[in-house]
Design a protein around this ligand. Structure first.
Ligand code: C2E
Ligand code: CA
Ligand code: CA
Length: 482
C-alpha cells in the first residue's frame, strides 16, 4: 500500500541511517490506520446499543442484496418498532428510555443467528437482515424476545414491539423498495394496535401502486396549475358580514375531479412536496384576494402552513419575501399554524412567529382543542387568534360539559386579549350559543362552504351572509348553498 522510495545521497558526506526514520514512519502509518479504523467503526456504530447504525445498515443491506443476487438467494428485512416507547420515555424519563433501548439492542444481538445483522435505525426503531427463509417463525421469535418484561428502576416494564417484513426478491428488487415495503407493513401493524408482525402483501402492493400514481400525478399537477386556492368566508358574529377568508387548497384532478386536501396533503407532506403546494396556493390566493382587501370587502386572508414547512429555519423569511412581491399588505395576512408545530421545536416556532408578528403578519393557532391546548404557550407568544376546532363546536349546545368548556375558553381568550374563531359552525343553535358566549368570529357550512375565487367574490359583493337576529331567511339559505 505504502511505498517509500529513498534516494541515496550521491555525496560521500555522512548520511544518517534512513532505517530508524522509516520504522518511525511505518509505526505512524500503522497508528493512523488504527485510528482511521476506530473512527470508521464509531461512525458506523450506534453509541447507545453498540449496534450498527442507519448509515452502515443501508450499506450492508445493499451488499447483502448484491450477494443474494449473485448467488440466487433471498434476504428478509425485518423492521422493528417498540410499542408505547414514547409513553415509557415520558413517564419514566429519558434515562429509563435509554436503558430499555440498550436492553432491546442486547436481546436482538443475543438472538441473532449466524449471518444475521441487527441495526438501530434511530429512536426506538431497529432492523434485522436475515437469510432465514422461515419468515413467519423468525418474526414470531423476534416478538417473543421483545415482549419479555424488563425491570427498570425496580419497575417491571414490557414495551412490546411491532414488526414489518419484506423479502428480496419476492417483494422487492432493490434495497430502497425493500425498506419502504417493510416500513409499509410495519405502519399497517402500528395503525392496527401493534404487538404483531405483518408481511408486505398484495394489499400493500396495491396501496404502493396507488401512491406511486398519486406521486407522479402530484408532481405534474403543480406546474400544471391543477392545485388552486378556494376560499371559505369567516364572518363577524355580530354583524354577519364576511370579515376574512380562509384559503383552502383544492386539486382539480383531470380524471378524478375535485380532490379535497385529505386526499393529497398527507402524501405531499411525506414526499416533501407540501412546501411547493403551499407556495403555489399562497401566491395565487394573495393575488386574488389583494383587491378584495384594497376595496375593503374583507380585512384579511388566512393561509394554512404545514408543520413541515415550519421546520425550515428560513420559513418566515421566505414567506415575508414572497408576500412583499404580492399586492397584499402584511397586516392583511394571517398564517395558521397547528400546535403540533409549537411542540416540535418551540424555540424555532417562537423565532418564526416573532419574525412574522414584527412585520405585521398575524398568526393563528389552528385546531385548538384537539391537542394539548397549551394556554401557557399562547401567553408567551404573539399569537392573536385561536381557531376552536370543529370537534368542540360540534358538541356545543348539545353537551353541557363541552358548552361550559367552550364558554370558559372564550372567557380566557378575552382575558388574554386573544380573538377566537369558531370553526365548523353548521347549525344556528351553535351560532347563537357562540355569539352569546362572546365568540367574535365564526366559520362553517351554516354561513358558507369553501368556494372558488369568482364565487367568493360574488358573495363578498352581496352583503351579509347571515342575520342571526332573523335566522333561516330563505334568501340566506339560497345564497349559502348557491
Ligand atoms: P383546517 O385548516 O382545519 O380547515 C378547515 C376544514 O374544515 C376545511 O376542510 C373546511 O372545508 C372544513 N369545514 C369548514 N366548515 C365546515 C363545517 O361547517 N363542517 C364541516 N364538516 N367541515 C367544515 P378542507 O378544505 O377539506 O381542509 C382540510 C385540512 O387540510 C385543513 O384543515 C388544513 O389543515 C389542510 N389544508 C387545506 N388547505 C391547505 C393548504 O393549502 N396547505 C396546507 N398545508 N394544508 C391545507
Ligand atoms: Ca386552518
Ligand atoms: Ca382548523
Amino acid at each position: 500500500m505504502w511505498s517509500v522510495s529513498v534516494r541515496r545521497s550521491e555525496a560521500n558526506s555522512p548520511v544518517p541511517d534512513p532505517q530508524p526514520r522509516l520504522e518511525a514512519l511505518a509505526a505512524r502509518v500503522a497508528e493512523l490506520e488504527a485510528e482511521r479504523e476506530l473512527t470508521l467503526r464509531l461512525a458506523q456504530t450506534d453509541s447507545l446499543t453498540g449496534l450498527v447504525n442507519r448509515g452502515a445498515f443501508t450499506a450492508a443491506l445493499c451488499e447483502r442484496l448484491d450477494a443474494a443476487r449473485a448467488a440466487g438467494g433471498s434476504v428478509a428485512l425485518f423492521v422493528v418498532d417498540l410499542d408505547r416507547f414514547k409513553h415509557l420515555n415520558d413517564t419514566l424519563g429519558h434515562h429509563a428510555g435509554d436503558l430499555v433501548l440498550a436492553e432491546v439492542g442486547q436481546r436482538l444481538r443475543d438472538d441473532a443467528g449466524p449471518g444475521e445483522l441487527v441495526a438501530r435505525l434511530g429512536g426506538d426503531e431497529f432492523a434485522l437482515i436475515s437469510g432465514d427463509r422461515e419468515v413467519a417463525a423468525r418474526a414470531q421469535r423476534l416478538l417473543a424476545r421483545l415482549s419479555q418484561p424488563q425491570t427498570i428502576y425496580g419497575r417491571v416494564v414490557a414495551p412490546g414491539a411491532s414488526v414489518g417484513v419484506a423479502v428480496y426478491p419476492h417483494d422487492a428488487g432493490d434495497a430502497s423498495d425493500l425498506q419502504r415495503f417493510a416500513d409499509m407493513a410495519l405502519y399497517r401493524v402500528k395503525t392496527r394496535g401493534g404487538r404483531r408482525w405483518s408481511a408486505f402483501d398484495a394489499e400493500l402492493r396495491a396501496e404502493n401502486l396507488r401512491r406511486q400514481t398519486l406521486e407522479a400525478e402530484l408532481r405534474r399537477a403543480l406546474p400544471g396549475g391543477e392545485i388552486e386556492p378556494w376560499f371559505q368566508p369567516v364572518i363577524d358574529s355580530h354583524t354577519g358580514r364576511v370579515v376574512a377568508v380562509e384559503v383552502l387548497a383544492r386539486w382539480n384532478h383531470p380524471e378524478q375531479g375535485l380532490l379535497l386536501p385529505a386526499a393529497f396533503v398527507p402524501i405531499a407532506e411525506e414526499l416533501g412536496l407540501i412546501g411547493q403546494i403551499d407556495e403555489a396556493v399562497f401566491e395565487i390566493a394573495c393575488a386574488r384576494a389583494a383587491p378584495w382587501v384594497a376595496e375593503g370587502l374583507i380585512e384579511s386572508i388566512s393561509c394554512n402552513v404545514s408543520p413541515r414547512d415550519l421546520l425550515d429555519p428560513a420559513f418566515s423569511r421566505k414567506l415575508i419575501g414572497r408576500l412583499a412581491r404580492t399586492a397584499l399588505p402584511a397586516t392583511a395576512l394571517t398564517v395558521e399554524v397547528t400546535e403540533t408545530f409549537l411542540l416540535q421545536d418551540f424555540a424555532l416556532a417562537r423565532r418564526h412567529i416573532e419574525r412574522l408578528a414584527a412585520k405585521g403578519v398575524g398568526v393563528a393557532l389552528d385546531d385548538f382543542g384537539t391537542g394539548y391546548s397549551n394556554i401557557r404557550a399562547l401567553m408567551s407568544l404573539p399569537i392573536q387568534t385561536v381557531k376552536l376546532d370543529r370537534s368542540l363546536i360540534e358538541a356545543v349546545g348539545r353537551d353541557g360539559r363541552v358548552s361550559k368548556l367552550v364558554s370558559a375558553m372564550l372567557h380566557a381568550a378575552r382575558t388574554l386579549g386573544v380573538r377566537i374563531v369558531a370553526e365548523g359552525v353548521e347549525h344556528e343553535a351553535q351560532a347563537l350559543f357562540l355569539r352569546a358566549a362572546g365568540c367574535d368570529r365564526m366559520q362553517g357550512y351554516l354561513f358558507a362552504r369553501p368556494m372558488p375565487a369568482e364565487k367568493v367574490e360574488a358573495h363578498l359583493r352581496g352583503g351579509p351572509l347571515m342575520d342571526l337576529a332573523m335566522p333561516s331567511s330563505p334568501a340566506l339559505a339560497r345564497r349559502r348553498h348557491g
